[in-house]
Design a protein around this ligand. Sequence first.
Ligand SMILES: Nc1ncnc2c1ncn2[C@@H]1O[C@H](COP(=O)(O)OP(=O)(O)O)[C@@H](O)[C@H]1O
Ligand code: SF4
Ligand SMILES: [Mg+2]
Length: 343
Amino acid sequence: MNKLVEIKNLEISFQDFHGAFKAVRDVSFDIYEGEALALVGESGCGKSVTAKSLLGLIPEKDGSIAEKSEILYQGENILTYSKKRWKEYCGQECGMIFQDAMAALNPTVKIGDQIAENLRVHQKISRKAAKEQAIAALRMAGIPQPEIRAEQYPHEFSGGMRQRSMIAMAMICQPRLLIADEPTTALDVTIQAQIMELMKSLKEKNRMSLLLITHDLGVVAGIADRMAVMYAGQIVEIGNSRDIYYRTRHPYTYSLLKAVPSLNGSHGRRLEAIDGMPPEAGDILKGCPFAARCRYCMQICIEECPPKYEFEDGHFATCWLHDPDADISDCKFQTGGNLCNQE
Ligand SMILES: Nc1ncnc2c1ncn2[C@@H]1O[C@H](COP(=O)(O)OP(=O)(O)O)[C@@H](O)[C@H]1O
Ligand code: SF4
Ligand SMILES: [Mg+2]
């Protein structure tokens, strides 16, 4: 598969009243054409900031991307785009949907007009033709009676319908890459599943790539081809979803998986919350960022940053347990096999 996006050594810093801190630390990963890649991790680990950098949304006044960082879109570094190229790229080639559709929609403009306007920003097209396409996009996003709905305002829509409208708005320009940042977090479970199903079918129909961001691994289980697990601004494990689920290689990923009821097959069994808190964004990290919470922590983990180990094709994890000298006799999860049997 061809690479649509290549992120190399991404480092993003912010300035607050304590000084500068790194929200994203040396992150590298690719997004292939037509794949759904899930970026998962606890709140505050740097998922949204990573996504925003792909759309040029890091506020210049308090945030900065390190000079060594590259974000290649079809081989070209977007960080060096001209204003004109940015405008073409955002919306037309890369679309984004957020958790809070209400905040992203204009409350004073009819839904159909907002979607049509988004198209007109990017394409020379008459008002009437844009409106027709907006109605078609609403229909495609599963909104019943789209001709009537197009004439309504956001407050007349339910949460799920608003999220569908956001998807229609993002999809109308037929982007190659859709970034969905916690798109279903505000919705109830049934609607979550419907929205995920919608995104999956649109991805397949349009052969677009999807970057799905979530703190909840259960949400992306049926849709992600690959997963990247983020912790304290770093990617600690990445690989095909099946490898991540069944041949988990990082203790943090393992803890996340055990916290999802539908995945560990343990209805009624106590779910394991991950004890402790992630490091603060401003903390100077020495050694493994997960060390303070890791039940397998060894002396070397506190002293040195773990290197990246490769397992199956394209499956990487940064954890000292994979060093040939590590004692892994007590460590069941990274020996492979089905997660459900690994207690
Ligand atoms: N505009 C900003 N200014 C200062 N700090 C920010 C800004 N945006 C994000 N951060 C900080 O960067 C870190 C990562 O945030 P974020 O990417 O939003 O986390 P996630 O999406 O994984 O929950 C957090 O510590 C957050 O407070
Ligand atoms: S490097 Fe050490 S502390 Fe970090 S996840 Fe692996 S075992 Fe745990
Ligand atoms: Mg976020």
